[in-house]
Design a protein around this ligand. Structure first.
Ligand code: ADP
Ligand code: ZN
Length: 729
């Protein structure tokens, strides 16, 4: 294929505008290379684009407009274009939307921007003061290293005007320096630990895979605390030794504080960080340095997959089963699956790490598509917590109380021993339902088919679907009777209240994602709790994810049955994973832990599977059920979500699609629905769902396109296709 186009030649440019096609332009003066980032005119605007190849030639040559300029950014590599095309084709996403994912850094085309820095000059100041002396000393201490005005002033403990005053005499020199500085080199030999025999064997397999320089995926399974992280960091070290880049994906940014320190301890410097909490300036720097090869390791959220790596050798997907890897808005992609796709294109290795792998990965390993490595024991003295049910049918509980006497007694024991206890409930807020005792009405959201959740810390009712909130009313919105509104059911806040009454002397900390303004505040809070800043932790799902609480020895699950309700295909799998993860928080250090699960159905197969700790048996049973039903991973699923202002119109379209299912029948796929979505109205829009199920051997995408193309959507009506749906809301 032609790689370079001279001035005036016809080229195809993909823009980030929602047009779903590559547009023709003329190459500008100096010519254009395939993969170059360019600025092109589109109507009256200038927009960002990438030279995708030769023009299609279907546009009047006389009207072709030239590219405005080629931007000063590294070329987009062929492999990245291929990745965007394949990922777009798999998720049925327009290429322009894929390109937006790959260009999420501000000022991409601005070229290297500069900032002023200050360092020690050769002359002495005309007049010396104490403050001035401190500045010169601070500057000399740094051995010629240049700092920004603010940094130097802070280091010397003076105001910035003192530094400025020294510039005139040449005692301090002011210089321009590029803003986007390379990340410090990481040293693979810096802080490695001596691995146990198990760990060393697993690490050797991963390193060998890297040395072969071809694609491969390995499932690294091991209980929490078994050293999975230590093992995959050895693979990162191997990538570094080979001069290749590594990406470590984490499900939750709250994880990365502790995690980054750990990487710094291992490699002697901090790697690059990429997630929504990173500043715009830093994003720009990371994007550029990754593209120039000056960032060797990136720790990031799922969108880091779309960074312009130059020489990617390894992708680690930590907690690979985590549902947050599936992006549920905009481009509907699963980062775990896209990591495998990206690696297969560039010949990189993938490590999927988890204590409780997804059924998909477990089956792929069983089929031999993935290698499987298992770490069986916890590192050091730590042992897995003992797990026991508390049969709630035999416990005396007052109304509006959720902590059973048996659980309370166990918590008390920990308090006496100065250990920590965690009470887990997967519900944010104070109470999930607010009921009027006069008229029986529950307060719902005005825009969604969802109940408003009381958040007492905020003194508001919040809709967990759309985020809408309103002050807690004094009178019932339906019958206007005063003082009859009652909270029904528990959330973390209410549980904290109960714990406070039961244990008045305990220091209680609530960990719930909505209680912290920023990820940084949350991180700081978690770190202080881990350091002993609380006796009882009341937490939601947030605590299940990989944080270390060394002094925690008891986990009490308030409602182990909660996740088993509902019609979700993955309800059992999720409950199993969540319970195991939460239980894994206990006994991380030297003290053995215990997990107590409050349940009304201790004989339920999922609860029994959790308690027995017999994962293989649980997975086999779950896999059998899915196999019989032709469900993933033994079949393929796609969800169709119709949304719009008029429910009747949505059902009409759905029924029309259901009747005209020839394109689906051709590939042996069936369609189910239309049915109202479990949450039938979100943000004022009605939602209707259909499900398509097909055999494993065929790809659904083309048939889905041919099938949905048969209907015309009008006005505000939308049709979205979710390939491999994870959630069924
Ligand atoms: P996982 O990722 O499986 O939860 P980690 O890798 O985080 O496990 O290990 C749990 C704890 O044990 C960590 O504090 C880790 O530093 C420590 N650890 C694991 N393996 C070793 C080892 N070989 N030498 C020293 N410490 C280790
Ligand atoms: Zn709402």
């Amino acid at each position: 294929m032609q790689e370079f186009f001279d001035e005036g030649e016809r080229i195809g440019v993909l823009t980030t505008q929602p047009l779903d096609r590559v547009l023709d332009y003329r190459a500008c003066s100096g010519g254009c290379r395939v993969g170059a980032f360019v600025e092109v005119p589109l109507g009256p605007r200038k927009v960002l684009g990438v030279v995708w190849g030769p023009g299609a030639g279907d546009f009047d040559a006389a009207k072709l407009r030239p590219v405005i300029r080629v931007l000063d950014a590294p070329l987009m590599r062929d492999e990245m274009r291929l990745f965007l095309e394949r990922a777009g084709a798999y998720t049925l996403t327009p290429l322009s939307a894929m390109l937006r994912l790959a260009t999420r850094a501000p000022g991409l085309g601005d070229g290297p921007s500069m900032r002023k820095v200050y360092r020690r000059g050769t002359s002495e100041p005309d007049r010396m003061t104490d403050a001035r002396r401190r500045v010169l000393a601070a500057s000399e201490d740094l051995g010629g290293l240049a700092l920004t005005l603010k940094e130097l002033a802070e280091a010397a403990g003076v105001t910035s005007s003192v530094v400025k005053g020294l510039v005139g005499s040449g005692a301090i020199v002011e210089e321009e320096s590029p803003r986007d500085t390379p990340f410090p080199r990481l040293d693979p030999a810096y802080g490695g630990k001596t691995l146990t025999e198990d760990q060393a064997a697993a690490a050797a397999v991963l390193c060998e895979g890297l040395r072969q320089g071809v694609y491969g995926t390995t499932l690294l399974k091991g209980v929490t605390g078994s050293g999975k992280t230590e093992v995959y960091l050895e693979a990162v070290a191997e990538a570094l030794r080979q001069g290749r880049q590594a990406l470590v994906l984490l499900p939750e940014i709250a994880l990365s504080g502790e995690f980054l320190q750990r990487l710094e301890a291992r490699f002697g410097a901090r790697p690059a960080e990429w997630h929504s909490g990173v500043t715009m300036t830093e994003r720009r720097r990371v994007w550029r340095m990754v593209g120039e090869g000056h960032a060797q390791v990136v720790v990031g959220a799922r969108s880091a997959l779309f960074l312009p790596f130059q020489n990617l050798g390894l992708i680690v997907v930590d907690e690979e089963h985590d549902t947050s890897y599936k992006q549920e808005e905009g481009v509907l992609y699963n980062a775990r699956d896209m990591a495998v796709l990206r690696a297969s294109i560039v010949g990189a290795q993938v490590v999927l790490a988890s204590a409780t792998p997804s059924l998909e990965s477990w089956v792929n390993a069983d089929l031999g598509k993935y290698k499987r490595l298992i770490l069986t024991s916890r590192f050091g003295a730590a042992v897995l917590p003992e797990m026991k049910p508390i049969d709630m049918r035999g416990q005396e509980l007052a109304s509006n109380r959720w902590i059973s006497p048996r659980l309370a007694a166990s918590v008390k024991l920990r308090m006496e021993r100065d250990e920590q206890a965690l009470l887990f409930i997967n519900r944010r807020g104070y109470a999930p339902v607010t009921l009027c005792r006069a008229c029986g009405q529950q307060i719902g959201c005005d825009h969604c088919d969802a109940r408003m959740v009381e958040h007492r810390f905020l003194k508001r009712l919040v809709c967990h679907q759309c985020g809408e909130s309103k002050p807690m009313p004094e009178v019932c919105p339906s019958c206007e009777v005063e003082g009859k509104l009652a909270a029904v059911g528990p959330g973390v806040e209410r549980l904290a209240e109960e714990a406070g009454e039961l244990f008045p002397d305990a220091r209680i900390a609530v960990l719930s994602s909505d209680l912290y303004g920023t990820a940084r505040e949350l991180k700081a809070h978690i770190e202080s709790i881990a350091a002993g800043g609380a006796d009882i932790i009341i937490g939601t799902q947030l605590v299940a994810k990989g944080h270390n609480f060394p002094n925690l020895t008891l986990v009490g699950v308030i409602d182990a049955d909660l996740g088993l309700q509902g019609s979700d295909l993955r309800a059992a799998e999720r409950t199993f994973q969540l319970m195991r993860q939460v239980a894994g928080r206990a006994g991380r250090a030297e003290k053995p832990g215990q997990a107590l699960l409050q349940t009304y159905q201790p004989e339920h197969p999922v609860i029994r599977g959790i308690l027995a700790g017999d994962e293989e048996a649980f997975w086999r049973a779950e896999a059998d059920e899915r196999r019989i039903g032709g469900m993933p991973p033994f079949g393929r699923l796609a969800a169709i979500i119709l949304s719009g202002p008029e429910p009747q119109e949505l059902f009409d379209i759905g029924n029309q699609l259901a009747r005209n299912d020839a394109p689906l029948r051709k590939i042996d796929a069936q369609v189910y629905g239309p049915a109202p979505a479990p949450i039938a109205r979100v943000r004022g829009r009605h939602r209707v769902r259909m499900l398509v199920r097909g055999p494993k051997e065929v790809m659904l995408q083309q048939a889905l396109v041919a099938w949905t193309r048969q209907v015309k959507l009008r006005g505000e009506t939308r049709l979205a296709i979710d390939i491999d749906p994870q959630s069924f809301f």
